[in-house]
Design a protein. Structure first.
Length: 400
């Protein structure tokens, strides 16, 4: 009887043995963690033999966290990452190609534009999990108080910021200079001034006349007191908070700020507009990727969870809750994404959107750009000297 009881116990234990999938989630907002934990709970009810372990990590520390885990031999099974990191992960053999898991039906749910950045050397190295395009957002009350019209050119923006800055406890332009995407805040100007991150020959475009004109413009705004004091002390979240408090006339941002405004500053009046133009239209198109790690021992279970998360009901909740543009066709077809004026304002830039180049060592290149901009903003180097030094270093990183 004892032997029979032991056998039954062992059988019961094996029947309910759990496969654990470790999932590192990039934190977009306070909603991100609870959303994925709810999806995981729903999945576990349908799949009691699989446990989804969710770890939420802030974007500012995500790459360092993953790099440390990889070096220590303890990476997660799957993670949200910045698509700009994907080439390095793929070249290191860290990312798992997913084509063998990707059925034609599942692949067909995605918008092709957002699938392309995840394809490297003909292999699908990850799936688009979030997408956005950037735009200018203005506080219409401050514009009205200052008696100025929404800007269409950079000169318009300068003049409007000058007048708005004269209002009490108000800054004309919110300029980010700290942490993640400080370089992106500069690219908005670089592109619309007619420059580019890389020249056609692959060398850095930071030493171009257009790049210098864009950096000089930002520096002039700082020196004239048209931005908040000490922009290098302000991350993008800090700048967004100033805007939500009604203290900034103009910021550059992405769709996920809109749900925050509606929830945290419902009385704030704003408008979503294209970036100012100097020579050309431009916006920044950004995707984030959901990837499997090649070292994972539970890839089949992880992929099962991935497919589960892309159900329409979850994608709708995620995209609307976080303020993203849809990456799947069914969600893109919703009336909200066709008719909502805020989302339409961001989506309008997609035809002329630019993406960060998919090149090796991108994060090191971006960091070089950030450090140069911070030195320029602080007055430690001139815009010309700072950009020339950065371009030289970037060319060295690229072996050019």
């Amino acid at each position: 009887m004892a032997a029979s009881a032991l056998a039954i116990g062992l059988l019961a234990g094996s029947a309910f043995a759990e496969t654990t999938v470790n999932f590192t989630v990039a934190e977009y907002s306070s909603k991100t963690g609870p959303f994925y934990k709810q999806v995981a709970a729903d999945f576990e009810k349908a799949n009691p033999d699989i446990k989804i372990n969710i770890e939420v990590v802030p974007w500012d520390s995500l790459l360092q966290r993953l790099t440390t885990d990889i070096a220590g031999g303890t990476p997660p099974d799957m993670s949200i990452i910045g698509t700009r990191w994907l080439l390095d992960f793929a070249s290191q053999g860290v990312a798992e190609p997913v084509d063998k898991y990707l059925t034609p039906e599942f692949k067909g749910t995605f918008i092709d534009t957002f699938m392309k950045p995840g394809i490297i050397n003909g292999k699908t190295m990850g799936l688009p999990v979030a997408a956005s395009a950037r735009a200018m957002v203005i506080n219409t009350d401050l514009y009205n108080k200052a008696g100025v019209k929404p800007p269409k050119t950079w000169e318009d923006l300068y003049n409007a910021s000058e007048k708005i800055s004269k209002l009490p406890d108000t800054f004309g332009f919110g300029l980010q200079g700290k942490e993640i995407e400080t370089d992106a805040y500069y690219y908005y100007a670089l592109w619309t001034f007619g420059g580019d991150i890389l020249r056609p020959d692959g060398k850095s475009g930071l030493d171009s006349p257009e790049a210098l004109a864009a950096a000089t413009f930002y520096k002039k705004m700082i020196d004239k007191g048209l931005t908040q004091p000490s922009p290098t002390n302000y991350s993008r979240e800090d700048v967004f908070n100033l805007f939500k408090q009604g203290k900034v006339g103009t910021i550059f941002t992405f769709p996920m700020l809109i749900p925050q405004i509606k929830a945290e500053a419902p009385n704030l009046h704003y408008a979503v507009l294209p970036f100012p133009i100097q020579k050309t239209e431009a916006t920044y198109g950004v995707t984030d990727t959901l990837m499997l790690f090649s070292s994972s021992k539970v890839k089949a279970a992880a992929w099962k969870f991935i497919e589960f998360t892309y159900q329409d009901k979850y994608r709708k909740q995620f995209d609307l809750g976080e303020g993203f543009l849809p990456v799947t066709k069914n969600i893109a077809a919703l009336d909200y994404f066709k008719n909502d004026k805020d989302i339409a304002g961001f989506a309008a830039g997609l035809p002329y959107a630019k993406f960060a180049p998919v090149i090796a060592n991108w994060e090191e290149i971006a960091d070089t750009t950030v450090r140069a901009l911070q030195q320029i903003y602080l007055g430690q180097v001139s815009p010309e000297d700072g950009l020339k030094a950065a371009a030289k270093k970037i060319n060295g990183i690229r072996g050019l």
